[in-house]
Ligand binder design. Structure first.
Ligand SMILES: CC(=O)SCCNC(=O)CCNC(=O)[C@H](O)C(C)(C)COP(=O)(O)OP(=O)(O)OC[C@H]1O[C@@H](n2cnc3c(N)ncnc32)[C@H](O)[C@@H]1OP(=O)(O)O
Ligand SMILES: N[C@@H](CCO)C(=O)O
Length: 348
């Protein structure tokens, strides 16, 4: 695995009307690009993911896995606004010499994809054999297929949607309220709002999982218990775990990115936008997902021409897209077999 950087040195105009004076994207590649550059698998990460897809999706990517660097050129890019090497709120604003912090502009999925596409052009990749992503990653993959028709041959959208739902936006707002309630959030320092972000992550977990997940994994210790529940320490732990690798500014920005996702914006309607997709598309829902419920992936399959809908079950709700890699692999394999999609490989 190699980590590389793409530095775009020109003014980058954002949908919100603000400009970024250039940007950096961190990305990883695994495997070798074949001579005609036809073996590209582009993986788009979710809210708190990094460019190291082989790390957070090790059931899907790696030697002997469905996406195998021995055959494919697997690329994943840390999105604009994130904190794993790409330009984000902790980066220094070249115009002020200080970190952006609260002044980082509002970016959108549209902007993130525009940046991804600049990197694609820089790498001389004309077509992407497969673009795959779940949640915020699926939002990017879908937007890309609409923005650049013909670039993505096979599009795999998991636990994602065409427009962020009011329910999803409400969850994100509740999380931002937790950050805002942290008195340190108003300060200009790297760890501002960290306690608030821990609470935000605990709120988010309720949407990434569900009643059954907690019932199964965090059951009461005994009937005599009146405090110190496993479910409570789990919530605390998940907040701490995120705080050790993330910051509140990035959390804020990326939750806003998710809120503003709407492929119908400036395209007439959501249906018209989906009808423009020419990639062969597989849309996968997770039965127990309460944040991006299957109805949203069914809409994708209904309006994207010749798309296929498949469903998996999971104890883990929305997070199932990161965890249920075996059934996911099987669904993708079956779809590819059925559609006679050959896996392009690197020439040895
Ligand atoms: C550099 C980087 O890290 S890059 C970014 C990597 N992360 C991503 O890309 C985001 C995507 N990944 C995720 O969101 C998550 O990792 C998932 C969804 C894949 C898995 O979530 P997890 O938190 O690992 O799983 P789960 O909900 O089962 O929780 C297990 C953890 O909770 C702990 N735990 C479980 N029950 C309790 C409890 N009652 N009290 C306290 N801790 C508990 C476990 O010990 C375990 O700890 P560990 O993660 O330190 O091993
Ligand atoms: N667990 C995922 C959920 C968002 O889809 C993440 O942290 O990115």
């Amino acid at each position: 695995m190699e980590t590389r950087f793409f530095d775009y040195k020109y003014t980058f105009s954002l949908e919100c009307g603000a400009d970024l004076p250039g940007f950096r994207l961190a990305y990883t590649t695994r495997g070798v690009l074949n001579a005609n550059r036809s073996n590209v698998v582009w993986v788009c990460h979710a809210l708190t993911g990094s460019a190291d897809a082989g790390d957070w999706w090790d059931g899907m990517i790696g030697p002997g896995k469905f996406y195998d660097p021995a055959h494919q050129f697997i690329i994943c890019v840390n999105v604009l606004g994130s904190c794993y090497g790409s330009t984000g709120p902790l980066s220094v604003n070249p115009q002020t010499g200080h970190p952006f912090y609260h002044d980082f502009p509002l970016v959108t999925i549209h902007d993130i994809v525009k940046a991804l596409d600049l990197l694609r052009l820089e790498l001389g990749i004309e077509t992407i054999q497969t673009c795959i992503g779940g949640s915020l990653g699926g939002q990017q993959a879908l937007e890309w297929a609409i923005q650049q028709p013909g670039v993505i041959q096979n599009l795999i959208l998991i636990a994602t949607n065409a427009v962020m739902s009011p329910w999803g936006i409400a969850f994100n707002e509740a999380q931002r309220m937790a950050i805002k309630a942290d008195p340190t959030w108003s300060e200009s320092r790297e760890d501002a709002g960290q306690a608030g972000m821990k609470a935000a992550r605990a709120v988010a977990m309720l949407s990434y999982r569900n009643y059954d997940t907690y019932g199964f994994t965090q059951a009461l210790d005994n009937n005599e218990q009146i405090d110190h529940y496993k479910a409570s320490s789990y919530q605390q732990y998940q907040g701490e775990k995120l705080a050790n690798r993330f910051n509140a500014y990035t959390y804020w920005i990326l939750s806003k990115v998710m809120d503003s996702h709407n492929v119908g914006r400036n395209r007439g309607s959501i249906t018209l936008a989906l009808e423009q997709v020419v990639s062969r598309t597989l849309s996968v829902g997770i039965k127990s997902d309460i944040l991006f419920p299957p109805v949203e992936q069914k809409i994708l399959a209904r309006h994207i021409p010749d798309a296929r809908y498949e469903e998996i079950d999971s104890l883990y709700g929305h997070d199932g897209f990161l965890i249920e890699t075996k059934p996911l692999t099987q669904i993708i394999r079956n779809w590819m077999d059925e559609r006679k999609i050959a896996i392009k490989t690197a020439v040895k």
